[in-house]
Design a protein around this ligand. Structure first.
Ligand code: F6P
Length: 419
């Protein structure tokens, strides 16, 4: 019996961007072409754009090997991203009918979605709907998030590069703070992303080495944050040193469950998944320190810089992101659906890892936290186990392709206007 002819693939990017998400896109594209698919479409702004009929033929963007190399080095979601929550399949099927009609019109066999826990909710719902209606389209998730909070995977592409940037920046901030002597000393608070998980904030400890003592304290969102105790810690540290550097997660909460960011002049913005925008934590704490201790303060919110810093990306991360994209495409090609690719660590030193596929229903909407025993007893630092875990993920560089002294990104004239 002759095998059914392969038709087309569609791939989308969803959620917060990273420095590695486009490497996964390049991996999906290459594997789809190598496996004999005719066209690889890209959703413009994820499933939300797809519903409005916005997609593009990726072969018009990745025309040469150089384009693929540039894409791997281009931060942010090349195709545009979205945070869109599909309705429950039993409550509202209109949206699903629309999406499946578009997939039908484009003759899609495989749908790959590169994203985090909220985006895996999309893969879960679409694959469930396919089963319900007997559709043959396969839906596979490709993990991505700087937050590193996806269940069942050792880590997520995007995390290693962000962790490398955070460790490096905190080291440079410590160095800068040390240079000028300030009356009464100074407290510098660095705010790190990661929402409710402290994987990224813990990476501040990577600054520590033979030439640097590392940050003076690190506060993860896994433990409640007591402001009076924090103030006492600052006072004690200032007795010993002139410049104190502290890393805090954007998601730290007071014992009564309120985000510290909400205590200041934070915004009220909430996304489609009900997540509040977390910003202003360091600013708020600096204001309290300045008021109560009276020393100089500086708040540094690493903000989008930590997820867009492709100029200092980790080689391990960019290569893994590419492989994971390829593995997602391979899984869908071989008949998997309702699954996500996970990374399995085989050893720390030498670092070795492989991929597997796992049921997306066990991953979607879940958040994987830093284990309690990877945080010190007093809750103000991470342990050596944490460092052993993260260190292999930040290794190596991917040299940017420099043009006129600035890294070159993949840009196709006209495409960005379409967005
Ligand atoms: O989910 C990734 C992430 O970078 C979180 O760490 C952060 O809280 C959130 O996205 C910020 O999203 P936005 O840039 O849309 O405010």
């Amino acid at each position: 019996m002759s095998k059914k002819e392969k038709r087309n693939v569609i791939v989308g990017q969803s959620g917060g961007p990273t420095a590695a998400i486009n490497s996964s896109l390049a991996g999906v594209f290459r594997t789809a072409i190598d496996r004999g698919y005719k066209k690889v479409y890209g959703m413009i702004h994820g499933v939300q754009g797809l519903m409005e009929g916005r997609y593009t033929d990726l072969s018009e963007h990745i025309r040469t090997g150089l384009d693929a190399e540039l894409l791997k080095r281009t931060p942010s979601a090349y195709l545009g991203s979205c945070r869109y929550k599909l309705p429950d399949i039993h409550e509202d099927q209109e949206v699903y009918k629309k999406i499946f009609q578009i997939l039908d019109d484009l003759e899609i066999d495989c749908f790959i979605y590169i994203g985090g826990n909220d985006s895996m909710d999309t893969i879960k719902k679409l694959s469930d709907y396919a089963i319900l209606t007997g559709s043959a389209v396969r839906f596979v998730g490709c993990p991505k998030t700087i937050d590193n909070d996806l269940a069942l995977t050792d880590h997520t592409p995007g995390y290693g590069s962000a962790a490398k940037y955070i460790g490096t920046s905190v080291k440079e901030i410590i160095r800068d703070g040390w240079s000028l002597e300030t009356k009464n000393g100074q407290v510098i608070i660095v705010e790190v992303m990661g929402r409710n998980a402290g994987w990224l904030t813990g990476a501040a400890a990577l600054a520590k080495g033979e030439d640097c003592d590392g940050p003076d304290a690190i506060y993860l969102p896994e433990l409640s944050f007591d402001i009076p105790k924090f103030m006492e810690k600052c006072r004690q540290l200032l007795k010993k040193k002139a410049s104190v550097v502290i890393a805090v997660s954007e998601g730290i909460k007071t014992p009564d469950g309120k985000y510290v960011s909400e205590l200041g002049n934070a915004t009220d913005y909430v996304d489609a998944f009900g997540h509040k925008q977390l910003t202003g934590t360091a600013r708020y704490l600096c204001d309290v320190v300045a008021k109560e201790i009276g020393c100089k303060t500086r708040s540094i919110e690493l903000s989008t810089l930590q997820r867009a810093a492709s100029h200092s990306a980790s080689r391990v991360d960019i290569l893994e992101a590419y492989e994971v994209g390829g593995a997602a495409m391979k899984a869908a090609d071989e008949g998997d659906s309702g699954k996500m690719v996970v990374i399995q660590r085989l050893s720390d030193d030498p670092y070795q890892a492989g991929t597997e596929v796992k049921d997306v229903h066990k991953i979607a909407n879940d958040e994987r936290m830093v284990p309690r025993d990877w945080i010190t007893k007093d809750g103000t630092y991470v342990t050596s186990e944490f460092i052993t875990y993260v260190r292999p993920l930040i290794q190596g560089d991917v040299a940017p392709i420099m043009v006129d002294g600035i890294p070159r990104h993949l840009f196709v004239p006209g495409f960005q206007e379409q967005l």
